[in-house]
Ligand binder design. Sequence first.
Ligand SMILES: Nc1ncnc2c1ncn2[C@@H]1O[C@H](COP(=O)(O)OP(=O)(O)OC[C@H]2O[C@@H]([n+]3cccc(C(=O)O)c3)[C@H](O)[C@@H]2O)[C@@H](O)[C@H]1O
Ligand SMILES: Nc1ncnc2c1ncn2[C@@H]1O[C@H](COP(=O)(O)OP(=O)(O)OP(=O)(O)O)[C@@H](O)[C@H]1O
Ligand SMILES: NC(=O)CC[C@H](N)C(=O)O
Length: 565
Amino acid sequence: MYINVALAQINPLVGDPENNTQLIMERWQKVDDKAHLVVFPELSISGYPPEDLLLRWEFVKGCEKALNKLVEFSKSMKSVCVVGTPYWNGDLYNALVILQGGKVLGIYRKKHLPNYSVFDEKRYFRGGEEPLLMEIDGVVLGFSVCEDIWHPDGWERYYATAGADILININASPYHMGKYAFKEAFLKARAEDNLCYVVYVNSVGGQDELVFDGRSLVIDPEGNVIARCKAFEEDLKVVSLDVLKGRRRRLVDVRLRERPFVREKPLTHTDGRTLPYVEGTVEHSLEGEEELYRAVVLSIKEYVEKNGFRKVVVGLSGGIDSSLVACMAVDALGEERVVGVFMPSVFTSEESRQAVYQLVKNLRIQLLEFPIEGIMNSYKSMMGWDDITVAEENLQSRIRANILFYLSNRYGYLVLSTSNKSELATGYGTIYGDMAGGFAPLKDLYKTYVYRLAYYRNRVKEDIPSFVLTRPPTAELRPHQKDEDTLPPYPVLDKILFHYIEEGLSVEEIVRRGFERELVCKVVKMIKSAEYKRKQSPLGPKLTSRAFGKDWRVPITNGWRDSCG
Ligand SMILES: Nc1ncnc2c1ncn2[C@@H]1O[C@H](COP(=O)(O)OP(=O)(O)OC[C@H]2O[C@@H]([n+]3cccc(C(=O)O)c3)[C@H](O)[C@@H]2O)[C@@H](O)[C@H]1O
Ligand SMILES: Nc1ncnc2c1ncn2[C@@H]1O[C@H](COP(=O)(O)OP(=O)(O)OP(=O)(O)O)[C@@H](O)[C@H]1O
Ligand SMILES: NC(=O)CC[C@H](N)C(=O)O
């Protein structure tokens, strides 16, 4: 006894209910003859997260209009569709709507609204209070939306004790390192503990600082992954779920009998079609550097495409950050859509020049060259300095930013900033200079991770000259400058930053992990005094559990000294 479920892992555009609904209809049509049930991600009509668009009545109505169009379309379909949308009924809900044959069969309202980390759902929605069960040709399904299933005592237990065979959970669950493994583990626990199939459908794509990784799943009642969609790509998979597997388990595994039986009458629907059995396919679940690299590449591609840029432009210094950004941009967009700009000063070494030429040759991208010495000399004759202080260092960086934004204005290129998380944390970068840009792909990558990804990228295709990987990091803004003149060595710095930012450890706790107190305090003070810079920095993809962005709301003006005096 089986039911065929389609996992429709799509990439909606936030704020475009009309086209998103068109996409939903196309995908639905493709699998209508193969599946009894077609499941789309959370808020796939509006895109996720729609944020303050939800404060506009016309947008809410636009989503309702799109939903009505989908209901009309469902007249021509045989299968049942499950779709996520904002839904107004006396108040606004994050809803899961079940449609078939020109009718709305049921509406489930998300109960647990996440309001932590990058999520802000209580600003927009009222939480639902009712579960929703449905029976299709004798198969019982229980529905929930994303965060709902993160709660171990959520509706899933209730559904299981009401006799559900399948738990359907629709998602818009953004990526960060390590999250997928954690998610798969707890989804397996939900399946095993409730002796149900878990159908987890996620969206895919990039939305400003969020990256949705897809990897929709079906887990059987014994905790085996029987279907997994692709990572970082759209996908559409049909899989048959044999419900007797779960029912047979319940004969021998009697844990659910300990709980009072729930007598909830499900909605009922008769499909009546016997469809061919489809074995699920399990795509490779990525990990390590490959996963991380793919996440950044997708974020660039999505930001560029969804905001209508033809090309991107990046300043190439012969350093590791700009070299890696250029590789990522080429992998995201193709070589003909990436423009490199070399802007040497009197401090630029011959090795840097050769590194830039070699990189550009390997990547086959266009290179523009604009020496900045003449412009610096004009400033010098106007301002009249005779030594190089931080002010003159920053001026070079700002001259370069000016040139990049000129190209952006003139030709409509998006400026990619090369700032990484170690620099942004410590303020080691020039505001309105190298920190300026439209999108910062490395924003949430510590320098040590920049190296890891550069080595990874070179294992795939050796485009970054080896000199770039082995040279000591330098900003080349004054003679013989090295990052280590100002910062601790990156392997040390990044550990302190990780303890403080991601783990939230106190200065004392970090010191107990083997770092000098003076050094820890120096770093913590740098983090604090760079807050104003970060607040004005471009967005970039969230890749760690705590990214500078929506997830980092530290006041600029603040008297907290972290016990550093
Ligand atoms: N609380 C506050 N709120 C608002 N604005 C504030 C502020 N505090 C300072 N400011 C402003 O910010 C200015 C200082 O910031 P900024 O102009 O950036 O300059 P600053 O932070 O003093 O220096 C930038 C540092 O980054 C290094 N750098 C530059 C370029 C590239 C790289 C690299 O390796 O990638 C490194 C450079 O060598 C230097 O050590 C002040 O003059 C003031 O105008
Ligand atoms: N000579 C240059 N030509 C073009 N762009 C430059 C030049 N120097 C610096 N930039 C831009 O400013 C950014 C910051 O410069 P910086 O030299 O600190 O970084 P990087 O060279 O990418 O890496 P590293 O920090 O390892 O040196 C560069 O990534 C690049 O985008
Ligand atoms: N859209 C959601 O409810 C997302 C919340 C969930 N905890 C996640 O990170 O995946």
